[in-house]
Design a protein around this ligand. Sequence first.
Ligand SMILES: *Cc1c(COP(=O)(O)O)cnc(C)c1O
Length: 676
Amino acid sequence: MGVKSTAASSEVVNSHSDKTPVSLNGGRKKQDIQMLPPSTVQEVPPNQWTIEKSEALYRIEGWGQPYFSINAAGHVTVSPKGDRGGSLDLYELVNALKLRNLGLPLLIRFSDILENRIEILNACFAKAIARYNYPGDYCGVFPVKCNQQRHLIEDLVRFGKPHQFGLEAGSKPELMIALALLDTPGAPLICNGYKDREYIETAMLAQKIGQMPIIVLEQIEEVDLVIEVSEQLGIKPILGVRAKLSTRGMGRWGTSSGDRAKFGLTIPEIINAADKLRDADLLDSFQLLHFHVGSQISAINVIKDAIQEASQIYVELALLGANMKYLDVGGGLGVDYDGSQTNFYASKNYNMQNYANDIVAELKDTCAERNIPVPTLISESGRAVASHQSVLIFDVLSTSEVPFEAPEAPREGESQVISYLWETYQLISEENYQEAYHDAAQFKEEAISRFNLGILPLRERAKAERLYWACCHKILSITRQQEYVPDDLEDLEEIMASIYYANLSVFQSAPDCWAIDQLFPIMPIHRLDEEPTHRGILADLTCDSDGKIDRFIDLRDVKSVLELHAFKTGEPYYLGMFLNGAYQEIMGNLHNLFGDTNAVHIQLTPKGYQIEHVVKGDTMSEVVSYVQYDSEDLVEKIRQRCELALEDKQITLSESQKLLQTYEQSLSRYTYLLKS
Ligand SMILES: *Cc1c(COP(=O)(O)O)cnc(C)c1O
């Protein structure tokens, strides 16, 4: 895993980019903090925990601005309209929703955030267009694959109306959704993905009901099919091609471009397609060039390279006689999950304004040089639009900690190895902790080999292990104070980490954590005025050792443990996973039959907030039906077994009633654990 390059920011300076951050989402409001008289700030004893320390620790400003922050009560607050006022206390909101029988885990969607993201994206392009006197327009589309939920797509269409924001479909079912839901005159409907005759016919006929479908040819075979269908229907479509750029994305989706990419046409194929379209008298229809170098592009120079290559292709196609009008720059606009503003894979070294500036400026220059009219710019930003609007809240059920018992001195007659461990423990200091760590580990190994040989009794082995853990605790308390920790001690935090058992399924709610090591910011949503004294990893409810989260965002690289508060039995402890509105929901799976979580849509109102929609999570009955079980059959089977057991007098009548009742009730319940 690479260390983040901080040279990144200098790349931004050399670009067309504006170094000033997006003005619309400028500074976070810090009234609580600023209103404190200076003397109060000074009076805080140096070792007392403050919410400012929590802010810095969880990097909430880095990834959460302008939507998430911490209030004076030590709770996370949400400002769904960004800087334009109104905020909600997330902890109080969760408690209020629980009172409405919306149990955890709970996905909360803030429609105002979605609206704000669309506003900002459009404002950034508008600003870039004004700044560079670009004689053309920008028009975004939302790639439906990023989050297909109906309420979300409906919101997007509604919020996007003033900007003629369109939709992008990558498959037939997504096309069905987009065709039915998009009702913004003039908004593009980009038709991507593999296409058969039915797909193409549907897309072309949609022109007749006022849609503006643009069919993007991704495979050379689609060219002939499109020509054929167009002749048959007598419809002149708007066509585009997806180019395989030689510019490579980086990281996870780096292979979305390049010669061996799964999608798109190579340059010779594009020429071939243009010739075929000319022969079919359809060159007029050829109006769009599309490329997509991959999702979550972390480095601005990749975007610059891609746009440079694409703009050259664009003007060349215009010179070839195609009726070029649109350049669709695809997705890739990144999200800063760790707030480090670097080209690390979980971050990005540019902001939305830089992105817009680079695209607009490059097209302006290239088209001017070749005397070609500039295109309408289209972007298919999914992640950047949909990530921020949803937060997953889950609770901790229990914890398991590395035992700490005060070690005992060796006794007469006990093995030498106990004395060595005791001595090591006693002598641990700031000067020798590294050596002491290795000694303790070696003596523990020694104790185990002696035990295996039958020369160390079980009790002494237990004592040796306790002494070893005591050494680790003592060493850890020293290393936590150090600025620099030697490499060989880095795993100590992991070894000593507590396990926090979380009421969620990683496979259902954060599949990318498991599948592709994606990082999402995770933090407690309350108790932030209290020091998080523990370090832990999260274990989910599934019986799968991969069902855990043990990688967390950090300024430098990735943390293997998360700072958490001591768990108090009987008191709720809520954690939030943020920025997970893109890709997670649909990729989530039913591992161990944990189903969809409850979801709510919250909208800010002058008086507070309003619950727009409640989407109840799956019940057990629903999840078992996905694997072809019928709940009634299951109940019947249990009933029959109860009858048999009753006959054999193995169960009493009241026990059998109780069993049947619980069984039936469970089927209609949430698949997650219900903490009373
Ligand atoms: C996935 C995808 C997108 C969305 O990419 P983001 O990085 O989420 O913005 C856009 N266009 C195409 C063709 C895609 O496959």
